[in-house]
Write a protein that binds this ligand. Structure first.
Ligand SMILES: Nc1ncnc2c1ncn2[C@@H]1O[C@H](COP(=O)(O)OP(=O)(O)OP(=O)(O)O)[C@@H](O)[C@H]1O
Ligand SMILES: [Mg+2]
Length: 371
């Protein structure tokens, strides 16, 4: 259509459609890549090899962009208990982001990659620092959100950091960013050493998360299919049975025909939103309220905040972590590690005081570190 159209307006429209289709296909591919990553294969891997493999692939493009790379990996860094392909993906995402950011700056373009072992915390610390424009404070808290991007259509889907965050977390690590506008950005990934992980595994097993017979039926309600799918994938991987509804109305239909142990709903949706769904359940089947929890992307908005405080139900703040999702579900199923903790007061619950909610909402930049 773009090639054959006679008028400029049609060409422009066709280009837009083409770009959108490209973007969709990349999103689908990223999700497929994410799905394929499960379950990850773990073995002792050498971080220096991972970084080198990434630079082998990105090196040419870094050189042609005039980016100087400084590499300092302390030989004392112990092996990591990890899926090498996934770690490679994390480092590649960070390198590509740094390169894309530095394309915007004139002057020095330098990417410093350094790794050391923190004896005290018993973790491996990998830092990638660039001399790009840095990340303004007002968006720093959102860069790990799925689909958050400042790049033009066709240049970025906003998936790189969301996937990286998930991978690092699945490796029991953390990823964070430090940045001063005008002075570049530094992404730091911390990961436990392989020895520690190997010792930790039996402990996790003893905690009995995947005991047979503890599966639950979970209803996920979100108008964004990507979010619903991601939550669903996490819960399926935990052995639960999942149904999704893309609207409050559809959820009510499902709830009238079958029963669920956990109902996890988005707060903001068109038509019947989280608060209206809650009100409908209050009238129809109040017992279900105890099984309800919420997901919210905008705890900053007064209406969402007031609602979450009023109903005093647990909620997940986007971007949520794997561990947070698990904790929330365990909490509703009454499988909390802390047998004393009530639903409202246990540590995983986020339905707390006004101050706590607003502090967290205003402090999203550190969200991925808070695990
Ligand atoms: N090194 C960096 N310097 C400045 N901004 C950055 C840097 N890394 C990430 N960002 C910001 O974070 C946003 C999200 O990054 P992310 O990697 O998740 O998505 P993306 O690069 O936009 O798209 P994709 O990775 O899917 O191609 C970017 O659009 C950019 O605004
Ligand atoms: Mg990226």
């Amino acid at each position: 259509m773009k090639e054959t159209a006679a008028d400029a307006r049609t060409v422009e429209r066709a280009t837009k459609i083409g770009n959108a289709a490209d973007r969709c296909s990349r999103i689908v591919k990223s999700f497929l890549a994410m799905a394929r990553q499960r379950p990850p294969e773990r073995r002792a891997v050498d971080l220096a090899d991972i970084v080198q493999a990434t630079l082998d692939v990105t090196g040419y493009s870094l050189r042609t962009a005039n980016i100087e790379v400084s590499l300092r990996i302390d030989p004392a860094v112990p092996p990591i208990w990890a899926d090498p392909d996934q770690l490679n993906q994390v480092v590649t995402n960070l390198v590509v982001n740094a390169q894309q950011a530095m394309m915007e700056s004139q002057g020095t373009r330098k990417l410093s990659i350094a790794a050391h072992y923190d004896d005290h915390r018993q973790e491996i610390v990998l830092a990638l620092a660039d001399t790009g424009p840095g990340i303004p404070e007002d968006i720093r808290g959102r860069i790990f959100d799925p689909f958050f991007t400042t790049k033009d259509i066709g240049e970025g889907t906003g998936i790189g950091l969301a996937v990286s965050h998930r991978i690092v977390e699945a490796h029991h690590g953390q990823i964070r960013v430090d940045s001063q506008v005008g002075e570049g950005a530094t992404f730091t990934v911390t990961l436990p050493a392989s020895g520690e992980q190997a010792e930790e595994r039996p402990r996790v097993a003893r905690a009995g998360r995947h005991q047979p017979g503890t599966q639950a039926r979970i209803l996920i309600i979100d108008d964004e299919p990507e979010v619903a799918q991601m939550l669903g994938d996490i819960m399926l991987a935990e052995g639960h049975e999942v149904e999704t509804a893309d609207s409050g109305e559809k959820a009510l239909q499902l709830l009238s025909s079958s029963s669920f142990d956990v109902i996890l709903s988005d707060v903001r949706m068109p038509h019947l939103d989280g608060p209206s769904l809650y009100a409908a359940l209050e009238r129809r089947d109040p017992a279900l309220l105890q099984r309800t929890a919420f997901v919210s992307g905008d705890t900053l908005s007064p209406s969402a905040r007031v609602f979450l405080q009023r109903v005093h139900r647990p909620f997940l703040e986007k971007p949520f972590t794997l561990e947070e999702v698990r904790e929330l579900v365990d909490q509703i199923l009454g499988r909390d590690d802390d047998p004393e903790g009530s639903l409202e007061e246990s540590p995983g619950s986020k339905a707390e005081s006004d101050t706590a909610v607003s502090e967290r909402a205003g402090n999203q930049a550190s969200a991925p570190e808070r695990q």
